[in-house]
Design a protein around this ligand. Structure first.
Ligand code: ARG
Length: 263
């Protein structure tokens, strides 16, 4: 008799504990009690994502604000972590993170491995060079060293250029490395998106550039999720709501237009 009772009690305890486990998962693991979504970015890309190191180590920018606003709407706590741009897709595929926002363009190649929302911001490629370099056209790149971010669509763009013009393509992990090497003239030019390049022009009077009109592949940004993720659809819906009600435009003004305003 006693044995049965003991067995019954221990069984009940096992079930109770198991129930606890699932309840905890559902109610979320964040400080806020909300479910945490881990977002990876490459915080080398002002004004999309960067650290204002003079002020703090926090990652800030347009993408971060947008991610938080979307999370707020959908009831998630978004936690942002930094890594090299080239590792972002692998981090999603390996399920180390739930989402990626990094001014990332939804290319056909990337779509084989991850899912994307609609595009939330568009941009163009720019050839950036030190002032007085005389580089005004793609042809002027002949015999020069052209830098690009490793794993970016600009890398593909540079390879296309290299098929027509005799140019040496060099890749670097982070955008500030490219900018630095332009200034020290270790690189003659670099391909950087216009919105990011413009920010550098304002800080750095030593640089100039021109826009590429190869618009076949516009450098738009979208949010990436794991293949088959349930988040893609809900984030896309919330994103489109923000497009319609003007909330997205407000963030665009905050992060992109303030630069031109302060000219
Ligand atoms: N839009 C380009 C791409 O998808 C460049 C993005 C670079 N982003 C960054 N955070 N560094 O390849």
């Amino acid at each position: 008799m006693k044995k049965w009772l003991l067995l019954a009690i221990s069984l009940m305890m096992v079930f109770a504990l198991a129930a606890c486990g699932t309840a905890e998962e559902a109610s979320g693991d964040g400080e806020s009690g909300k479910k945490v979504l881990k977002m990876a970015t490459s915080a080398d890309y002002p004004p999309f994502e960067y650290k204002d190191t003079a002020k703090s180590d926090e990652i800030i920018g347009f993408d971060v604000d947008l991610a938080k606003a979307l999370g707020e709407k959908l009831g998630y706590e978004v936690q942002v972590q930094d890594m090299d741009f080239n590792g972002l897709i692998a981090a999603l595929q390996g399920k180390q993170v739930d989402m990626v926002m990094a001014g990332m363009t939804p290319t056909a190649e990337r779509k084989k491995n991850v899912d994307f929302t609609d595009i939330y911001y568009t941009a163009k490629h720019m050839i950036v060079s030190p002032k007085g370099s005389g580089i005004k056209t793609v042809e002027d790149l002949k015999g020069k060293k052209l830098g690009v971010q490793l794993g970016s669509i600009q890398e593909g763009e540079a390879e296309k250029i290299a098929e027509e013009v005799d140019v040496t393509v060099e890749n670097r992990n982070r955008i500030p490395e490219l900018v630095q090497e332009l200034k020290t003239k270790r690189l003659d030019a670099a391909i950087i998106e216009d919105t990011v390049a413009k920010g550098y022009f304002e800080k750095d009077k030593e640089l100039e550039g021109f826009t590429l009109d190869t618009s076949e592949e516009e450098a738009g940004s979208a949010i990436a999720f794991q293949k088959g993720s349930k988040y893609t659809e809900e984030f896309n819906k919330a994103l489109n709501e923000m497009k319609e009600n003007g909330e997205l435009e407000k963030l665009v003004v905050k992060w992109f237009e303030k630069e031109t305003a302060s000219k």
